[in-house]
Design a protein around this ligand. Structure first.
Ligand code: 0RA
Length: 637
């Protein structure tokens, strides 16, 4: 637990500025005004409660979605201080709730760690809410105060006695700020469950007023998280290895467990925030793993002196791990600001991990034998993969310029204006080639289904000509083959990769396969915002000379009612049913089309769905299909 100053009083709260700035530029404070930004409001309040929990003052947090559309977060922490701020002569809670950056979190002595990405303060939530209320149980009483768009709406009032302690913040998001103010239960559920795993022992409940309710409480913390992630897989160890240590005020916790799976599944966090782009903590973990496992393999003579060293991809094959670090002043970098930049963290994680891992391999000969054998198998497969790739290159799939023969490239060599359409099948590919703007649009037709990467090791993936064509056309390489030869965003030949598949079950399947592949081997493209899904129309409505396209049933409804009687509807089953001109007009023309940009969350979901569907465990697969009957309808397994 964090060392803490016992004499925290209202006078430690620093006042910075008012809240006008927040309403003027909300995205600067909460990332966006879309659905993600809306949910950030909840996370912001919850983070404050979790901070209380991390400091040992709170063990229960209840999130409630009320029927009036507001959300409340209740905790049993110390309660926001209600005594007067000596400088301003108003209750401290008033400052916490109505001034930007006010609050102990910005005094680094008081809270050792605060939520880095959010961590903007409850006042930001208040500013972006039409109304908010706070109820505090503290110092023997119950206190409440009301606010409107971040301003005071009532004096702090003592409304009763209480021996309890804690804070409830309730807020109504402002519909003039947010694109939607409808909270999504499953989005919140996912994050709150994650928080409960990351903070062993705390109890977090999410409920809908008069509706469903779920409670998350994990005594085993991140080890339990790894066990959960490995459900349905065949584990190589009885239980996850738990590692914990602290150095220079940086706390490092990790849980690791190898399975028979082919992929690595490592999730990293900094101050409870998912660092999806990795960073220095992940580098430290990887360095420690590669070094310790090579050392153990040599010591145990599973690797002979003459054998080359295992590389990082080998030692991480089948590894599921959670790495959670707490850093007092985190720096976030990367395309989505989810990459930890603090350079000092790498060495600290390396040191702590190396010590614990070395002990583990020294003390557990049976586990060591099994894990190291798995790593050696991975090494052999990767060697085969490199051979397969070279063979593919020689097989004449590539043309003189080193590009796939079936790629119809664009004329421009400027990646920032170039697009590549990945199209299903040669026939749709042909139509797209005729319809495109050849100056900036390239077409790559893929024949049939691309390989299912969940079930395949990297050697099979690289032996697959469709996948190889995609990798070569993009020109930016992939992760997971050779450590010194990684994915390179700067070499991407196109800044838009557009998946254009039929609007049917097969199309959905191919899209999921592609997304899964991109998520695992070209994730940087998704972080950079380069991956899109094309939106072909579902219907064509005609009446005499009039023609309109409908992209969903709501539009169809609107168009047919506008057309009145005597119209005819044709349903497009595939891209192949459109001629080149129609395909251009409806789906490819940058001035008319709509593209859906793939977010990392979308890709993660595709990946998760796939893993559950394709994993080892038949029972688990059946449960998943039963639970997701509708979603699976267009997954075609
Ligand atoms: C400032 C100072 C203290 C606690 C808090 C804020 C606090 C904020 C929130 C927001 C939601 N729940 C919260 N719980 C506490 C420290 C108070 C002390 O020293 O007693």
């Amino acid at each position: 637990m964090a060392p803490e100053k016992e004499d925290y009083k209202a006078d430690q709260i620093q006042v910075l500025e008012g809240l006008e700035a927040v309403r003027k530029r909300p995205a600067m404070y909460i990332g966006s005004t879309g659905e993600a930004g809306l949910h950030h409001l909840v996370y912001e309040v919850v983070d404050n409660s979790v901070d209380e929990a991390m400091n040992g003052h709170c063990d229960t947090i209840n999130v409630m979605l009320h029927s009036d559309g507001s959300c409340s977060v209740k905790d049993n922490g110390r309660g926001i201080p209600i005594d007067d701020h000596p400088q301003y002569n108003v209750p401290a809670v008033e400052i916490v709730m109505t001034k930007l950056h006010a609050g102990g979190k910005f005094d680094s002595d008081t809270y050792k760690v605060s939520g880095g990405l959010h961590g903007v303060g409850v006042s930001v939530v208040n500013a972006l809410s039409t109304w908010a209320t706070v109820e505090i149980h503290r110092d023997g009483g119950i206190y409440t105060q009301k606010y409107k768009i971040g301003n005071l709406d009532s004096k702090l009032e003592r409304i009763g006695d209480s021996d309890d302690h804690g804070t409830t913040v309730r807020f109504m998001p402002d519909s003039s700020i947010f694109e939607t103010i409808q909270f999504d239960f499953s989005t919140l559920r996912y994050r709150l469950r994650e928080l409960a795993y990351l903070n062993a022992g705390i109890t977090i409940t999410i409920s809908e007023e008069g509706g469903e309710s779920e409670t998350f409480q994990y005594a085993g913390g991140i080890s339990e998280y790894v066990t959960y992630l490995n459900e349905g897989k065949t584990s190589l160890m009885n239980k996850p290895l738990f590692v914990s240590g602290e150095k220079d005020q940086i706390q490092v916790d990790a849980a690791l467990q190898w399975t028979t799976a082919f992929r690595e599944n490592i999730h990293t966090f900094t101050n409870n925030i998912a660092t999806r782009e990795g960073g220095t903590h992940l580098s430290g973990l990887k360095t420690a793993l590669t070094r310790t496992i090579n050392n153990a393999a040599r010591k145990r003579k599973q690797l002979k002196d003459k054998d080359p060293a295992l590389d990082g991809n080998d030692v991480r094959e089948g590894l599921t791990a959670i790495l959670s670090v707490k850093v007092p002043e985190p720096q976030f970098e990367g395309q989505t600001k989810t990459k930890l930049g603090n350079s000092e963290v790498k060495g600290i994680v390396d040191t702590i991990m190396t010590e614990c891992l070395s002990d583990f391999f020294a003390e557990n000969p049976t586990d060591s034998q099994i894990i190291i054998s798995k790593c050696i198998q991975a090494f052999q497969a990767r060697e085969a993969a490199k051979k397969a790739r070279d063979l593919t290159r020689r097989k004449g799939i590539l043309e003189g310029g080193g590009l796939p023969g079936k790629l119809a490239d664009c004329q421009s060599k400027d990646p920032t204006v170039s697009e590549i359409f990945i199209v299903e099948g040669d026939s749709a590919g042909g139509t797209a080639k005729q319809g495109r703007d050849r100056a900036t649009q390239a077409i790559l037709p893929l024949r049939g289904k691309i390989l299912n990467v969940e079930k395949s090791r990297i050697d099979k993936i690289l032996a697959n000509t469709e996948v190889m064509a995609l990798i070569t056309a993009m020109g930016c390489n992939i992760t997971g083959v050779e450590e010194e030869e990684e994915f390179e965003l700067d070499s991407a030949r196109y800044h838009k990769l557009i998946i254009m598949t039929d609007a049917d079950v097969d199309g959905a399947h191919i899209r999921t396969l592609l997304l899964t592949f991109l998520y695992r081997h070209m994730q940087g493209l998704i972080h950079a915002g380069y991956v899109y899904v094309a939106q072909p129309p579902l219907y064509k409505v005609t009446k005499g000379k009039k023609l309109e396209y409908a992209y969903d049933d709501v539009q169809l409804e609107r168009i047919t009612s506008e057309f009145g009687s005597g119209y005819s509807i044709s349903r497009y089953k595939g891209l192949g049913e459109m001629n080149a001109e129609q395909l251009w007009e409806t789906t490819m023309d940058p001035n008319q089309r709509t593209l859906l940009q793939v977010t990392i969350e979308d890709a993660e979901l595709a990946d998760k769905a796939f893993e559950e569907l394709m994993g080892d465990d038949v029972q688990k697969r059946r449960e998943f299909i039963e639970a997701n009957a509708t979603a699976v309808a267009n997954l075609d397994i």
